[in-house]
Design a protein around this ligand. Sequence first.
Ligand code: CUA
Length: 618
Amino acid sequence: MTVHRHRLVWGSPLVLAILALAVSQCAPRAPQQRRAAAGATSDIAQAAQKVYVAPGDLDPYYMFSSGGHSGNVYVYGIPSMRHLVTIPVFTPYPATGYGFDDDTKKMLGDLTWGDAHHPALSETKGEYDGRWLFINEMNGRIARIDLRDFKTKQILGPVPNLHGNHASSFVTPNTEYAMMATRFSRPVPQRPVGVDKYATEYKGIIAGVKINPTSGEMTLAWEILMPPFDYDLGDAGKLVSDGWMFFSSYNTERATGKLEVTASQRDRDYIAAVDWRAAEKAIADGKGDVIDGVKVIDPAKVAGIVYLMPCGKSPHGVDVSPDGKYIVGSGKLQGVTTVFNFEKIQTAIRNRDFLDDEDAIPVLKYESIKDAEVPVGLGPLHTQFGPDGMAYTSLFVDSAIAKWKLGTWEVIDKVPMSYSIGHLAAAEGDTVSPDGTWLVGLNKLSHGRHLSVGPSQPESSQLLDITEEKMKLVYDAFTEPEPHYAQIIKADKIKPIEVYPKEENKHPLAVWDIKDAGVTRQGKKVLVKMVAVRSTLTPTDFEANEGDEVTVAITNIEQTTDELHGFGLLDYNIKLVVDPGETKTVTFTAKKKGVFAYYCTNFCSALHQEMQGYFIVK
Ligand code: CUA
C-alpha cells in the first residue's frame, strides 16, 4: 500500500496511467483494484512512460476527431491525448468569435447546428498531406478547414436532392473529390409524398464534391440517383483500386416505420461500388439530367457507373486496405467481417457475373467477389490498418478490438474496450502506409470510467500501443461527446502559421495605422474602422443613431505570436476575436438606445483590462 501511495504522490502522469490501465473493464472499479488488475508495476511504469509527454515536449501526432452534434472538430495530441484546440465548424463558438462576424455568420447561414461525422484529411498519392481537413454533417453539408490556421474556410450546402449526409466526407487519394451520400432517402426532386410510396418514389443520392487542387474550394460536381437505401459509410479505393469509391448501406429492404425490425429482414445488405472516374466522364459527355440545378446520373440510363456488392447485414464500416486490394465490409449484426477482393470485383463486372439488379444497378454475386469471412467477433463495425497487412476491427457488441492479418485471415489478438467501441483511428491509418504505432478506440459509452458528473457521463476514448504483437491499452481519456470518427496524422506534416502576415491582409477595410482608425457616415450607414493593438481599441468611443446600420471593421495590427484581441459588445450579442494580422467585420442595426461598453475579451497584456470603449446610440 505504501508503495502505491508513494507512486501516486511522485508522478501525476503515473497516476493517470494507473487509472487508465485496466485490463478488464465492464464495471467501474476502485483505483486499487485497477492497479491489481493492471499487473506488475513495471508494466504500469512502461505504459505511463509511453504516453508521457514531458513539459515543453510535443506530441508526435495530431488527432482530428469529429465532435458529433456539437458541430465542432476537436484536436488532440497523441499519445498524450491532450485536447489541444476546438475548431468550430457548423456551430457558433464565442471562444474564437466564430459565427459572430459577418463572414462566418454568412457561412453558417440559417443553420446553427450540425451533426459532424467523418473528418477526412487531404491526401496526395494516398498520403495525408497536411493541407486541409474536410468534414461532413447531416444537414447535407460539407466543410473545409485550412490546416494553415486551423479555421473553417468553406461550408458547401445544404446540397439539393441529398438528405441526411452521413456517408461523407471521404476523400480520394489525390483529393480530387470528397463524397456525400444520403442516409434518409426522400423523393427526388423533393416534394411531399407519403411513406407508403417509399420503395418506389423515394431515392438515395451519392454526390461527388470536386476539390480545387490549389485553393481547396469545393463545388458540387455530380450526383448519382440511387435506390432508397440508407447509405452509411465509405472509403476511397487506392493504388490498384484508385478511381473507385465504396459506400456501405442498410435498409436494402426499402422499409419504413420501425427499422430495427423492418430493415433487418434480409440476410444481406449492400456495399455500393462507384466508378467515380466513369461518373466524371459521363457528366463531361453531357449525360445526366438536371434535377434542382444539379446534374444527376440515373444508372437506369447510364450503365457502368455503380454496382452493388452483397455483404453482411447492416454494415457500418467499409474500409479499403492500404494496398487497395481488399475491401473490408463490417456487417454489424454478424460475427465475421467480410473481405472482398478488388480484382475479383473487376472480373465479375467484366464477365457480367451478376445475380440480379436493384433499379437497374447490377448486383454482384457474393461468392464471386469475396475472399474471406474473418471470425473477428461480434458486431464488427470499422477497420483500420497498420503496416504488414495488419488490420484492426472494432467490435461494438463484443466491446473489443480484434487484430487480424490480411491474406492469412488469422485473428492474432483481441483487447476489451470500455465501453462499446464505435470507430477507431490508427496513426496514418487511412493512408497507403499506416504507421502501426498508436490506435485510438472511440467508445460510445464510458460506464463510469471518469469521475461522475451526473447522468450525462463523460465520454471516453482509449489509447492502445500497437507496436508489438499484442495490443496494449495504455490510456483512457475524456473526449468530447460523439467522436464518430477521427484521423491521426504525423505532426510534422502540418505547418501552421503563427500570425497572419501583414502583406497578405488584402481586406478592403483593414487599417494598419492608429491615425487611420475612425468613424465615417453615409446616410444611415456608419462605418467604424477600428485598430486593436496593446492596449487600446481605437476609436475608444463611437456614436450612431437608433436604427443605423453599423459596421465595425477591426484590424489586429500585432505581428507578435499569441497576441489576440477580442471585441465584446455588451447587450448586442457581438463577440469577435481577431488574430494577429487579421481583419474581421461585424454589421448590425443599432436597435437599442443608450450607452454600451465594448472591451477586449482575450488577455493580451498587463493593461488588458484597460482595453475598452463605449458605443453610444442616440
Ligand atoms: Cu487586447 Cu486584452
